[in-house]
Design a protein. Structure first.
Length: 103
């Protein structure tokens, strides 16, 4: 589930984590912890469902709140996680958050 704190708390430090769709598919399909809640029979099914869910959630937010979550200007920091480890992502967030606090 994606957090929408960036919208609910406008004065917060807002981070958007993005990933290449093929990497997202690999991660979702191979994540054993998701097998009970998001079972995919194939990578093609995973891709289709991930893209569908993204489209539906984006449309719902535009229709309900008039906000486009895919507008990167809504965020203080955008990180492409495609080729990064969780530790690298965390370090980037911490560094940029500290810079944001100082300004």
């Amino acid at each position: 589930m994606q957090s929408y704190g960036w919208y609910a708390v406008p004065e917060s430090f807002k981070v958007y984590l993005k990933v290449d769709i093929e990497v997202a598919v690999e991660r979702a399909f191979n994540d054993g912890a998701r097998k009970d809640t998001e079972p995919y029979s194939s990578k093609d099914e995973a891709r289709e469902k991930i893209l569908y869910r993204h489209k539906e959630e984006t449309s719902r937010w535009i229709d309900t709140y008039g906000v486009n979550r895919d507008d990167m200007s809504n965020y203080n920091l955008v990180i492409d996680t495609t080729n990064l480890s969780p530790e690298e992502i965390c370090n980037k967030v911490i560094t940029e958050y500290k810079n944001w606090l100082e300004n």
